[in-house]
Design a protein. Sequence first.
Length: 354
Amino acid sequence: MDTFTYALPDGNASVLFHRELTVPALPPSGGLYVTDTNTVSLLGTARSFVAGSPTVVLPAGESGKTLASVETILSEALRAGLARDSLFVGFGGGVITDMTAFAASLYMRGARLELVPTTLLAMADAAIGGKTGVDFGNYKNCVGTFYPASSVHVSVAALETLPEREFRSGLAEVLKTALLYAPKLYQIMQERRDDVLRRDGELLLEMVKRCVQAKARVVERDLKESGERMYLNLGHTFAHALESVAGFGVVSHGEAVAWGISRALELGCRLGTTDPEYRDDVRATLESYGWPTGTGHPALAGAGDPLDTARKLLAAMKSDKKKRGGAVRFVLQRELNSTYVSEVSDEDVLGVLA
Ligand SMILES: NC(=O)c1ccc[n+]([C@@H]2O[C@H](COP(=O)([O-])OP(=O)(O)OC[C@H]3O[C@@H](n4cnc5c(N)ncnc54)[C@H](O)[C@@H]3O)[C@@H](O)[C@H]2O)c1
């Protein structure tokens, strides 16, 4: 086992890398595990899990990311007689880790929290950095808190059972982190694509470690997303618009992010700030993983006139931002590891969508 520690305003947080899938044991002060219908059987096989421990099993997937699910966790905690020094353990993908952390932040004004991410996305991103939340009123993650787990337990062995679509979705976020902060990780994704796609355990471990370190460093500098943490949204303004216009669930989040990255780099080229060679290099990498990079995403191919579709995407970006009380701002890159945020005219945005 290998441990990585990073600093937060209220103390240090640790990420523990285990060879075998491992959960923290519940302390004498009690605790509970939170998981979903797809991962509960995996929880049963994890080291240190004691059969019969209090366990909340929630419906799997984004549609279960609701206040009602958080209420279920809180009710079970109360029923099990948990106190403030009891431990909440989130075991699952980003949906479960976000909700368990949210519930822990609310219970008795803050119970102990540890997370065991079981998807690539949750290991590399969601479980690190303390953002918690649920979807509310048709908006993703609209209600939540900042509440970092004291320990995150990562075992890439959990990824063996992950469905391909989910694995690839996580890979897109890994690539995003690579472009923002980790040139070596980008090189790995370019040069060892086949090993990545066949889920070579050693390689995945190295990739997840690099992502964890990169994200932890950003969070150390900007926990509450007042500045640099915004960079982690590279590709996401386009991605959210695509997911919304195509209908949620039609395109996986990762595929939407991959396409969004290609659009963001195209936008930078149009504005004259992105190196066209860099754009071409990233585009070739995205395509080598099978992600679409064209102006129009294939999921919108049958949606009618391309300019109308582009306008719908732009409208979706604006409505999202308006409801969140801000202007549409894009995360753009000059080249690998060189990122900035800017507002962009409608004309330029439409120019990379149709
Ligand atoms: N807090 C943050 O900073 C942050 C960052 C990025 C994303 N997120 C959130 O993360 C969520 C997405 O996370 P996700 O992609 O992990 O989705 P998810 O939690 O829905 O998991 C994807 C699917 O895989 C299943 N699954 C999980 N682990 C498995 C395993 N080992 N084997 C088989 N099946 C398994 C789940 O049951 C689910 O059906 C979104 O809600 C997003 O908002 C949060």
